[in-house]
Design a protein around this ligand. Structure first.
Ligand SMILES: [Zn+2]
Length: 829
């Protein structure tokens, strides 16, 4: 029983940011009391951050007052990032936080499985081949067993494979399976030492006209199994309509550019019954489920008290409810442990604190510390009501320091104290738990079953304030936070991070060696100690030569950095390998980098990852020297071409003319530039003129929707949504003799080995006869696609369009991508 208790605490944990002091106003407290008196829950299931219907989630949470969760199978790692350079697992961290930000607005809870969003797939079979189906299913069952939804709602239709992203359909298929398995004690038995089985009552699919192709088709659909809700309701307590709240929530997905404006007025939502019993009252999702306090043993008396609290709530003085709330708390606290007890204890404590205007805070003045360090924690407690509150004790979770003030907290007279916190040597670094172990393409590895499902890593360091409220002792736990005042932004609250005493960072993540010449590699050491001294050694295979072999270092001042340079010489012939740093201080070794992510719309993130750089010695030739580059949505083409010896000039679109472009041997356009750089509309004629006069213009992929020019190419060229998502799809050469495949590098099938995530996207599907398609490729069971690389002569120069995903291959140091791209930029020479 004790284990289940601990776990429930974990799963009721929503987010770190949400534990920064909540300051509910009188109307919000009243809404929270209504929610306290509703004992029913819904779990919404889909595949990605942004799949969720925030309108329905907000409606269920704020109107029905149900405990509402969103299980996103993935963290959205595979998408594109519209606000910064982070991709893959770093993007997954951003999207995790964006979902938590969305839930803080719409009132939902957030969960994930271990599945990785590895990129686009066309079918659920392809998805489930790359994920470990059994593990993802286990995680869905696990989340159901812990969150215990009465009702599950799928975003996607499990019956229509192929209509949408394969991960979407897979999410619905897994949900349908898990619906039956969660209550089955023969399924996933290893979970049952930690969780109990649970049968949800109903499973729905959140259907809409979109799934029927048109409003008309939807009108005609058989709706006998449908429930319909008016979700366009208005909340006077918030001054917002439900769709307005949903839009604020959706606008949290900034990395996807999903800013959304709210609407007012009627908004219907439909859900279709997939499994379980159809409600008799089709306006009530919870029909036949007792959602009152009578639902739990011993709940009747609590329900009577809290019904009165809700009815007699005093908006002018919420603290008038405290004696009754304290009574309800103590009855609740005496019940046997169980799901609803844990959920409601947490809710009622928040309400009690809000009613008293009770502010509790544990802060430090440093963003991070390392194990073994001593740090001062500033504590604050203040009661801002006339109710009787007494501060009984304050305990740091490390247990060594505690304070027993035993003082009355009188109205608006604060208590504060500073305590010394010794960070235990064995405390774990604070980093996203799913990134702690090595992972593959489809699944993160999480060793501790109790962490699975959680949106972020629970913090080990916190402070418990025991407060006597109207005669009842109540513990309130607060995470230790880093708080400071920014001159421009005001109060900033950040997570307090535990980081290694010394972190290591390579400035380059991939180093490409086009020949035998040596290169310099820079390593930055950052110390979290006042004084750090030791040695830095880089580990490489013997075939690579490194000087010096070891560097001694001494760094003074917490947070100070020093940069060290090493000379590295590649072997003859092609080779790929990795450099790993080893920092030794006394008998301790360090090899990790601290990566930080800092955006205004999410809490500051800091991740501990193994520091390493990939080394690639290429067998590559090139022609030409000067490359011009126009940035699009973000790729590493400039750095990558510089690594193989080109000089790359980043161009300001406003100032380009065919004349000043003439000095470039090739001009490369960044990914999606024609989707996002408005000025290109006016400059396209100059770009084409540059090619006509003898230049080589290389345009990388653009989304076929929303292109700023209607003359993307000198000849007919129509983009489509064709893509090849299997990164190992066989590539055949349509024109083996074409110079693009032969000079200066002879391209072979081997150059398409070890590509990552996909071959390419948004290939043209129709083009003028002036274009020569060079490559053919396709996903399993599909027709060959020939539009991935199209070459045309134009005047004295060349125009090349390519949807191949060079932008994904370059950061991973994929040799063939470099060799082929060298041929593209060399073609005019
Ligand atoms: Zn999606």
């Amino acid at each position: 029983m004790k284990k289940i208790f601990a776990l429930l605490i974990c799963l009721s944990f929503t987010s770190l940011h949400a534990q920064t002091p909540q300051k509910l106003n009188a109307a919000e407290i009243h809404e929270s009391i209504k929610k306290l008196n509703f004992l029913g829950s819904v779990l919404y299931i889909a595949a990605h951050p942004d799949d969720e219907n925030t309108r329905l989630i907000s409606y269920l949470s704020n109107k029905i007052h149900a405990r509402t969760g969103y299980l996103s199978l993935t963290r959205g790692d595979g998408g594109q990032n519209l606000i910064g350079p982070e991709i893959r697992e770093l993007l997954g961290v951003i999207r995790t936080q964006e979902l938590l930000a969305a839930r803080r607005i719409d009132g939902g809870n957030q969960f994930f499985t271990r599945a990785i969003d590895f990129g686009y797939t066309k079918t659920p079979d392809e998805t489930l081949n790359i994920w470990n189906k059994d593990k993802v299913l286990s995680d869905v069952v696990w989340t159901i067993r812990n969150f215990k939804p009465d009702v599950i709602i799928n975003r996607f239709n499990h019956r229509t494979s192929g209509d949408t992203h394969g991960q979407h359909t897979a999410s619905a298929l897994l949900s349908v399976e898990a619906f039956d398995l969660a209550g089955d004690k023969t399924a996933f038995q290893d979970q049952l030492a930690l969780a109990q089985t649970h049968y949800p009552k109903r499973l729905f699919f959140n259907t809409s006209p979109w799934f029927y192709g048109s409003d008309k088709a939807f009108e005609k659909a058989d709706k006998s199994n449908f429930l319909k809700f008016e979700t366009g309701v208005y909340f006077p307590s918030q001054g917002l309509s439900n769709p307005e709240i949903a839009a604020l929530s959706r606008s949290s997905h900034r990395s996807q550019g999903f800013g959304s404006a709210g609407s007012r007025g009627s908004q219907l939502e439909y859900i279709e019954l997939i499994a379980g019993e159809m409600p008799k009252d089709t306006s009530n999702l919870f029909d036949g489920i007792d959602t009152s306090w009578n639902r739990i043993e011993g709940g009747k008396e609590i329900g009577e008290i809290l019904t009165n609290v809700q009815a007699n709530y005093n908006f002018k003085d919420p603290s008038a409810s405290l004696p009754e709330l304290a009574k309800a708390y103590s009855l609740l606290d005496r019940l046997d442990n169980g799901y609803w007890k844990q959920v409601k204890i947490k809710e009622i404590k928040e309400i009690i604190a809000a009613c008293a205007g009770l502010y509790l805070d544990a802060k430090v003045s440093s963003a991070n510390a390392s194990p073994g360090e001593d740090i001062e924690v500033s504590l604050e407690a203040i009661n801002r009501s006339n109710s009787s509150l007494r501060l009984v004790s304050v305990n740091l979770s490390t247990a060594k320091s505690s304070s027993k003030p035993g003082i009355d907290l009188t109205n608006n007279i604060g208590w504060s104290r500073k305590l010394n916190l010794n960070i235990p040597e064995n405390v774990e670094y604070t980093t996203p738990y799913w990134l702690r172990s090595q992972f593959g393409i489809g699944m993160y590895n999480v060793k501790d079953q109790n962490l699975i499902g959680l949106p972020e890593t629970p913090r080990d360091l916190n402070v418990e304030f025991k407060i006597m409220v109207e005669g009842t002792e109540i513990p309130f736990t607060k995470n230790i936070l880093y708080e400071y005042t920014d001159d421009v932004k005001g109060e900033i609250i950040q997570p307090f991070e535990i980081v290694p005493a010394v972190s290591v960072k390579f400035n380059e993540k991939v180093m490409i060696f086009p020949d035998e010449a040596s290169k310099k590699i820079s390593v930055v050491l950052t110390s979290q100690k006042e004084k750090a001294a030791g040695t830095l050694k880089l580990q490489v295979p013997d075939t690579w030569k490194l000087t010096p072999e070891v560097a001694d270092f001494e760094i003074e001042g917490k947070g100070a950095s020093k940069t060290f340079q090493f000379n590295i010489t590649p072997p003859n012939g092609a080779s790929e390998s990795e450099i790993i740093p080893i920092v030794t201080i006394g008998n301790k070794k360090y090899s990790d980098e601290v990566v930080t992510i800092d955006y205004d719309h999410i809490p500051f993130q800091s991740l501990i990852v193994p520091a390493k750089t990939k080394l690639v010695k290429l067998n590559i030739k090139k022609k030409g020297d000067q490359i011009g580059y126009i940035a699009g949505a973000g790729d590493v083409v400039p750095e990558s071409l510089e690594q193989i010896g080109y000089k790359v000039t980043l161009l300001d679109v406003h100032t380009i003319t065919a004349k000043n472009l003439a000095k470039f041997d090739a001009l490369v356009i960044g990914i999606r530039a024609y989707n996002i750089v408005e000025t290109l509309k006016f400059k396209q004629a100059e770009l084409l003129k540059y090619a006509f006069n003898g230049g080589t213009l290389i345009v990388q992929y653009n989304n076929n929707r929303g292109i700023v020019t209607n003359k993307l190419a000198p000849y007919k060229l129509e983009l489509s949504r064709d893509r090849v998502t299997e990164e190992d799809a066989e590539v055949s050469f349509l024109e083996p003799e074409a110079s693009i495949l032969n000079t200066p590098n002879k391209i072979t099938a081997a150059d398409f080995n070890n590509w990552v995530q996909e071959r390419g996207l948004y290939f043209p599907d129709s083009w003028g006869k002036e274009f020569t398609p060079v490559l053919s490729m396709h996903d399993t069971n599909e027709e060959p696609m020939k539009g991935s690389l199209l070459i045309s002569e134009y005047g004295k120069g060349y125009f090349i369009y390519t949807g191949l995903s060079f932008f994904r291959q370059f950061p991973e140091g994929v040799p063939g991508a470099y060799r082929l791209f060298a041929n593209l930029v060399s073609i005019g020479k």
